[in-house]
Design a protein around this ligand. Structure first.
Ligand SMILES: Cc1cc2nc3c(=O)[nH]c(=O)nc-3n(C[C@H](O)[C@H](O)[C@H](O)COP(=O)(O)OP(=O)(O)OC[C@H]3O[C@@H](n4cnc5c(N)ncnc54)[C@H](O)[C@@H]3O)c2cc1C
Length: 300
């Protein structure tokens, strides 16, 4: 496994430069596996995905810093072994400014120039007062800190087409999103959604609010009704009736549900790209199949 402290490779290109080329970018999101079997599976997934040449790949950061080491190691693995342009996620919850700075400095020292800057969710059982340290309370605080440390870092931030679940109103959430961009974020990747109208309305409202950076739609192909119901309950995305009916009609046959999920995601991505989205970000849950099938469908 690559050593997260190994000697630096040349610095990555900032993703903002890729967006400036006006191509529609494809990015893929991984999470750090818990054990060595998961690492082997991640390697196999990454090897399979090399052939579709993602423009960049991201690696999530576990709640409260629980995957700090693993996120760094797996980001290095994808970068060093597979040559991907990488974007580790970094969340502030449960961290002091010095701890966030240490993680960011580690990435920067290894030549990584792209970070997804997030507040993170309050871990179960903790109050917001104890979960957030010092003055790191919001995504905009993380963006400001990282930009202060390394002005040339390219930062992505999260956006919520159907409103962040904690926000009192859509307008308040939009004002807070603008704070992140004003603090120095270069692009927005959205929370997953299944209804493209929600994304189109969101982009219109962002533009009207003066947010001009690329807004990348986040898409997750459904794998099961249980999975999608659980995720949408947590993140607040709505599930279109038509999609639920199609999943239910598939009964308990996983391959048919997967095919329904791919079909829905493919229709979503085609519509988004045709409408001029700057690309798409796939929540692939460390599996190659959906991303490969979608790439084949889009090539047709
Ligand atoms: C693309 C993407 C990737 C993600 N990756 C991860 C990951 O790797 N690990 C992980 O744990 N989670 C991840 N998440 C989930 C994310 O951590 C949660 O959605 C979290 O609750 C919000 O993080 P944020 O940075 O978007 O928060 P913020 O932008 O800080 O927003 C959180 C809430 O605070 C409000 N708010 C913001 N600023 C202010 C202010 N100044 N005053 C008052 N209210 C304010 C917002 O309106 C919103 O309701 C990801 C989400 C997305 C969209």
């Amino acid at each position: 496994m690559p050593d997260a402290t190994s000697s630096p490779s040349p610095s990555d290109r900032p993703i903002s430069e890729l967006f400036a080329e006006k191509r529609q970018l494809r990015s893929l999101e991984f999470f750090p596996p818990k054990d060595e079997a998961g690492v082997d599976a991640l390697r196999q997934t990454a090897a399979a995905l090399q052939k579709i040449e993602p423009d960049f790949v991201s690696m999530t950061y576990g709640a409260g810093g629980s995957t700090q080491e693993r996120t760094a190691q797996m980001t290095c693995l994808l970068r060093e072994e597979f040559g991907f342009t990488v974007m580790p996620h970094l969340t502030a919850v449960n961290h002091t400014r010095a701890e966030v700075a240490a993680v960011a400095d580690g990435h920067y020292g290894r030549g990584i120039r792209n970070i997804m800057a997030l507040r993170g969710d309050v871990p179960n059982g903790l109050s917001a007062a104890s979960a957030f340290k010092e003055d790191l309370r919001f995504g905009s605080d993380v963006v400001a800190l990282l930009k202060e440390l390394h002005p040339d870092l390219c930062l992505g931030v999260g956006g919520y087409p159907e409103k962040h679940p904690e926000a009192p109103s859509f307008d308040a959430d939009l004002a807070n999103l603008k704070r992140k961009v004003d603090a120095g974020a270069s692009f927005i990747t959205t929370q997953l959604f299944f209804d493209n109208d929600a994304f189109h309305r969101f982009v219109d409202r962002c533009r009207a609010a003066g947010i001009t950076v690329p807004i990348v739609p986040g898409i997750m192909p459904v794998l099961s009704l249980h999975q999608v119901t659980r995720i949408t309950r947590i993140c607040g995305a709505s599930l279109p009736e038509r999609l639920v009916r199609r999943i239910e009609a598939a009964g308990d046959q996983p391959e048919i549900i997967e095919a329904v999920g791919i079909d829905w995601a493919l229709a979503q991505i085609r519509d988004l790209l045709a409408a001029g989205a700057p690309g798409y970000h796939l929540y692939i849950l460390n599996r190659a199949r959906a991303a490969l099938t979608l790439a084949a469908g889009l090539a047709a």
